[in-house]
Design a protein around this ligand. Structure first.
Ligand SMILES: CC(C)(COP(=O)(O)OP(=O)(O)OC[C@H]1O[C@@H](n2cnc3c(N)ncnc32)[C@H](O)[C@@H]1OP(=O)(O)O)[C@@H](O)C(=O)NCCC(=O)NCCS
Length: 189
């Protein structure tokens, strides 16, 4: 189990804004839904689930299971301004691989919050003894690709015409991998 005693944790963005990071709890359903409603349609187009439907977010809140999906929220006061999730498999060949997803409210982009949340995911990945973190982005999501690359993720492959948006158009999927710093040492010895 990942120790969560560091939360709630206060962070400061480079412009001085103070935010709180903490795991999502059941009572956050309305706050999170409000957050997704403020995400522009062009970004929502690429979501895996239709977060414009409140019942989708309510289902997440009802079925929280940190061992499988650990959602960390960034809050300004009572409002959610960022959401990052660490997805894990309990068993099987992917049990040492974590997948991360991240979403920042438009008003908080390009202020360093994405970087802070990717750093937080790396920390949690280390606590979970993962060997690799994986992030996936549509080729058009260049901001995301750069943000991950800046934090040490390598674009290791592109699946051409692999995923569709909500209008059914196909897009290339870029897969980025971050090897946890200790994982290579473990492989050598
Ligand atoms: C991608 C995303 C998470 C980045 O969050 P952010 O808070 O803006 O990130 P930061 O301010 O920490 O920026 C990190 C780096 O990303 C890159 N970046 C961010 N926005 C960018 C933009 N609009 N264009 C180009 N590069 C950009 C820069 O390299 C930046 O580093 P710098 O500040 O040293 O220049 C945010 O834009 C977002 O939520 N996008 C929509 C959702 C998405 O694409 N999610 C990824 C799929 S999981």
């Amino acid at each position: 189990m990942i120790p969560l005693d560091r939360y709630p944790r206060e962070i400061r963005l480079r412009d001085g804004a103070r935010l709180t990071l903490r795991p999502m709890v059941r009572e956050d359903a309305d706050r999170l839904w409000d957050f997704f409603r403020r995400i522009p349609p062009e970004d929502r187009m690429y979501f895996r689930e239709d977060v414009g439907r409140k019942e989708v977010v309510e289902r997440w809140a009802e079925n929280l299971d940190y061992a499988s999906v650990l959602p960390i929220l960034a809050l300004e006061g009572d409002s959610v301004v960022g959401d990052a999730t660490l997805h894990r498999n309990r068993t099987g060949w992917m049990q040492r691989v974590g997948t991360i997803r991240i979403q920042i409210a438009p008003a908080f982009r390009q202020r360093g919050l994405g970087t802070a949340m990717i750093r937080e995911m790396r920390h949690l990945g280390e606590k979970a003894a993962l060997r690799h973190l994986v992030a996936e982005a549509i080729e058009e999501q260049q901001a995301a690709i750069r943000a991950f690359e800046k934090m040490g993720f390598d674009p290791v492959g592109v699946y051409r015409n692999f995923v569709n948006d909500q209008k059914g158009r196909l897009h290339d999927l870029v897969v980025l991998v971050y090897p946890m710093p200790y994982s290579e040492v473990e492989m050598v010895f």
